[in-house]
Design a protein around this ligand. Structure first.
Ligand code: 3PY
Ligand code: MG
Length: 248
């Protein structure tokens, strides 16, 4: 099933960020029931060519591949999509103009100016390739700066944009909050509400990054469509710690 179908049908789609170039681990995670996996190309240690094998492994494991881009640059956007990434999350978008540049690079005409050369992506889409690609590859901008919060309405009105994805850590740094990624901070939660309201008004999906199961569950209950439960290395570290402490 495609990402856009799953997001529409599922009340909250589970997601894990992957930071290491380990295809077998990607396949394992997919087969463990994680519904979608986001390759983190901004932080972590995944570089260029590793993406192709990871996308294949995620799909082989039964999950859907997304990517968080290293930055809002057309050559990075187009290559990720050509590898068959189904959803892009663009970091540090500050203005509506930046959001428009992101979507332009990710969508074929008439919505944008994505260059044709779909490589692996061509195998995945049926029917009218260009219409299917524009509809089925989803573009999320990250809302994680004070500037983005100021321009929220204009960003959300970007033609062809599919969703808003909150980065609570950068957002709390940018807003000058005393603690980072604190899901009990009322000012941060008020921004989450605003993002959800604006997204609802504009018919956009919403997503959010978390690192603790209780925050992920709370965000799913709050109605986020895509909830990231953490990174694979953090899960490994916590799981290993728990395993060892139980003497297993
Ligand atoms: C943030 O919270 O700033 C993120 O980018 C999550 O990865
Ligand atoms: Mg961030």
């Amino acid at each position: 099933m495609q990402l856009h179908q799953l997001l529409t049908r599922t009340s909250s789609l589970g997601n894990v960020f992957m930071t290491l170039p380990a295809p077998f681990l990607a396949e394992r995670m997919g087969s463990s029931g994680v519904e979608s996996i986001t390759l983190d190309l901004q932080h972590g240690s995944i570089e260029g060519d590793a993406v192709l094998g990871l996308v294949q492994a995620i799909r082989a494991g039964g999950a859907i591949p997304l990517a968080r881009l290293a930055w809002n640059r057309p050559e990075l956007i187009m290559k990720a999509l050509d590898y068959g990434i189904e959803g892009l999350i663009c970091p540090m978008v500050d203005t509506a103009e930046e959001a428009r540049a992101f979507v332009r690079a990710a969508k074929y005409p008439p919505l944008g100016n994505r260059s044709f050369g779909p490589f692996r992506a061509a195998m995945l889409l049926e029917g009218n390739y260009f219409a299917a690609a524009n509809e089925q590859t989803l573009c999320f901008v990250m809302i994680e700066t004070a500037g983005a919060v100021d321009e929220l309405d204009a960003i959300a009105a970007t033609p062809g944009l599919d969703g808003l994805y909150i980065g609570p850590w950068d957002l709390s740094v940018s807003l000058g909050r005393p603690r980072q990624g604190d899901f009990s901070d009322p000012e941060l939660l008020a921004v989450f509400d605003r993002v959800q309201d604006v997204a609802r008004e504009k018919g956009l999906f919403t997503g959010i990054f978390t690192t603790r199961p209780k925050d992920a569950a709370a965000m799913a209950a709050r109605g986020f469509d895509l909830v990231t439960w953490g990174t694979e290395e953090l899960m490994f570290q916590r799981g290993l710690g728990k395993w060892l402490s139980q003497g297993e």
